[in-house]
Design a protein around this ligand. Structure first.
Ligand SMILES: Cc1cc2nc3c(=O)[nH]c(=O)nc-3n(C[C@H](O)[C@H](O)[C@H](O)COP(=O)(O)OP(=O)(O)OC[C@H]3O[C@@H](n4cnc5c(N)ncnc54)[C@H](O)[C@@H]3O)c2cc1C
Length: 503
């Protein structure tokens, strides 16, 4: 029987994943990517010999045997790729020079927090208890929700091992609220800054828990190399990929998606269309905006979208090993700055010195990430001179602040780059330049249900991006692509097959 054809929009991690699993399951696939590179948000760019990584800070399930590691192997993303694990997640340094290290190991963390602030022993112990409790816990699902039967749901509940109540507690407390339980301002600041003030406590617990088992490291080579490995796997499976291929319309006939139209006017016909592009873009630009199920509509209208960021990247002519033990550091500024329309009281800094592939010998890449509002940068970009000037001002202020903490830093700078929410949006089409999707609040499931991968009233179209598995991230994107192919296999009455590449 002839292979059914699949047109996939977007070569981000979800599109590449859909392509790989599509090929493993006998579909003839073509990925259409508007950019010139694979990876989407999972990317990097080079300036003056330096590779500025724009995505992975930590990869969930980066260690063999961990819940999603098999998926990374199936996608050919991790074989032969060393991983850097950090002992400390974030290091927070107050203006008075005191340092709070958020150790990944809960025993070490508890001891450190007690030493720093004996009066905060109770909330510190509570945090560490949660990390220990969730140390082996995984929310990864082997099947899309659409295919789960009653017994599957029951199995999931059993696997949750009575943690549903815990999850509810952890999801109903924001880091801002939790931080108020600490009397020491440095510990309180650490709690606020670690994963964002409005992120629920579950966000920190589920970050530190895999780090404590050394299963959330940085893959050497960085984000683009990671995406390129998946692209190689896809091509090795016989998949086709076209770059510079911007899709402008999903073609329909009698209530079926039948292909796509590209910006150059050409058409690609297919039995199925999978959009691995931004969900909003898919529903409102590639379709007419009228066909959205209730969850899609409600989320687009009222979902609590993650903010975007400004990433300032520096290439420095020295090995910057001062941050090797931690994923990053936030240090308090003596005088707050107004940058990119935001008040900045804490400067963040991260060094990639442990990955020599990203910089010339003896040199390092150092980045600073600041919270940012798309609205501010988007309005500013209407005036290109003002936009450029603000980018330069932000870069200079970051360099000066880092130089004050690490003298000699500024003089060693050889390359600088500033990516704003508008940059992320321009290159990937991601809505408001966001890099995750919606925050998972305690009411999320009750209020919105789960995000379906089908679009009502239009058969043969599936949506597969990170937007279908909030809160997003590389694991969500990879699983979204996999799940769409599971749905197609179920529909075509085929057994879903997942293979690992032969080495
Ligand atoms: C600064 C930053 C840090 C991050 N840190 C982490 C981290 O530490 N860990 C983690 O797990 N995740 C992290 N993420 C998030 C992660 O990058 C994303 O969740 C994930 O890459 C999303 O993948 P995706 O395939 O769903 O979407 P995208 O990457 O947005 O891919 C969509 C693709 O579709 C293409 N496209 C869009 N519209 C069209 C069209 N009309 N025609 C053709 N092509 C189109 C785009 O060009 C893009 O390539 C980070 C992201 C950023 C930006």
């Amino acid at each position: 029987m002839a292979e059914k054809t699949l047109a996939i929009i977007g070569a981000g991690i979800s599109g590449l994943s859909a392509g790989c699993y599509g090929r493993m399951n006998g579909y003839r696939t073509v990925i259409l990517e508007m950019h010139g590179l694979p990876g989407g948000l999972c990317t990097a760019w080079t300036r003056n010999g330096y590779t500025f990584d724009g995505c992975i800070h930590w990869l969930t399930s980066s260690a063999p045997g961990d819940s999603l590691y098999g998926v990374w192997e199936e996608l050919g993303a991790v074989q032969g790729r060393p991983v850097v694990d950090h002992d400390v997640f974030w290091r927070v340094v107050g203006a008075d020079g005191r340092t709070f290290s958020l150790y990944a190991d809960p025993d070490r963390l508890l001891q450190h927090m007690r030493e720093l602030s004996p009066q905060d022993a109770a909330p510190a112990a509570e945090l560490c208890r949660w990390i220990r409790k969730f140390r082996r816990f995984s929310m990864a699902m082997d099947k899309p929700r659409e295919l789960m039967s009653g017994p599957d749901v029951l199995k999931l509940v059993v696997r949750m091992g009575g943690k549903l109540k815990d999850l509810r507690i952890l999801s109903s407390t924001s880091m801002g609220e939790f931080s108020k339980r600490f009397k020491d301002p440095l510990l309180a600041a650490g709690m606020r800054l670690a994963v964002g003030e409005s992120t629920p406590l579950i966000g920190l617990v589920m970050t530190l828990a895999p780090m404590s088992r050394r299963a959330a490291g940085f893959p050497v080579g960085g984000s683009l190399a990671f995406a390129q490995a998946i692209e190689r796997r896809y091509k090795g499976l016989g998949g086709e990929i076209r770059y510079g291929a911007k899709v402008v319309q999903i073609l329909e006939s009698d209530g079926n998606a039948v292909g796509v139209r590209l910006a150059d006017g050409s058409e690609v016909r297919a039995d199925y269309v999978v959009s691995a592009a931004d969900l909003r873009h898919t529903l409102t630009s590639l379709l007419d905006g009228r066909r959205q199920d209730e969850t899609h509509r409600a989320l687009l209208e009222t979902g609590d979208l993650y903010p975007s960021c400004v990433q300032v990247s520096f290439g420095v002519r020295r090995a910057f090993h001062e941050l090797d033990e931690c994923l990053g550091e936030a240090f308090e500024l003596e005088t707050p700055l107004r940058l990119g329309g935001e008040d900045v009281e804490w400067m963040t800094v991260r060094s990639y010195a442990l990955d020599p592939s990203l910089a010339p010998s003896g040199c390092s890449v150092v980045t600073s990430i600041l919270d940012a509002k798309w609205e501010y940068w988007s309005a500013l970009r209407a005036d290109r001179a003002a936009y450029t000037a603000e980018k330069e001002r932000v870069a200079a202020a970051c360099a000066e602040a880092i130089d004050r903490r690490y003298p000699g830093f500024r003089d060693a700078i050889e390359a600088t780059d500033v990516a704003t929410p508008v940059t992320f949006e321009r290159y990937t089409g991601s809505w408001k330049g966001t890099f995750m999707t919606w925050r998972l609040t305690p009411e999320f499931e009750k209020r919105y249900g789960y995000v379906r991968k089908a679009v009502p009233g239009l058969d043969n179209l599936y949506v597969a991006s990170m937007w279908t598995l909030p809160p997003g991230g590389i694991p969500g994107a990879a699983q979204a692509g996999r799940q769409v192919i599971q749905l197609l296999c179920a529909r075509d009455q085929k057994r879903f097959v997942a293979t690992k590449p032969r080495l």
